[in-house]
Design a protein around this ligand. Sequence first.
Ligand SMILES: [Zn+2]
Length: 191
Amino acid sequence: MAIRDIITAPDPRLKQRCKPVDKVDAEIVQLMDDMLETMYLAPGVGLAAPQVGVTKRVIVVDVSKDEDNRNPHQMANPELVWTSDEMLDYEEGCLSLPDHYAEVTRPAKIRVRYLDRENEIRELEADGLLAVCIQHEMDHLEGVLFVDHISKIKRDLILRKLTKLKKQLAKEKARGKSRSRQTVSAVSTGT
Ligand SMILES: [Zn+2]
């Protein structure tokens, strides 16, 4: 397994519709395992393939939040076959929108059909945080972020802050690099 880089918004790669998986083969299983490891490290409770730059319909979810008692779900081509009329408001966050949260309303209970890591068709019924999380990750496969469910004013505010943060990090990175270059040149002129 390997840790992959998580893409943060705004980024055009997070706005694309992902392609279905033909078959869950060794490459997809590798992707699923890498995504799970990346998610646990972050730490997070869900991750979708486009968040690591892969435009395929693959998601991983684990809401157990207990390292000794993990309960991961790895899904390819997830589709909702039933949703409840009952709705649930939940304060959502996202590894691609770090440190920002907003309340989103979604169906409280769902049934999802998907391909598991053995390429078998499975169905899972979920409610509570698991249902929220699966729907959130499935949105990513359509290029939809949780901020797309809230008002434009709030969305623009969050995306503006993230853009600013990205620029700041890029600047710091560039400064860090030039600093280490200066150190190297100082050392070489000293000798
Ligand atoms: Zn997300």
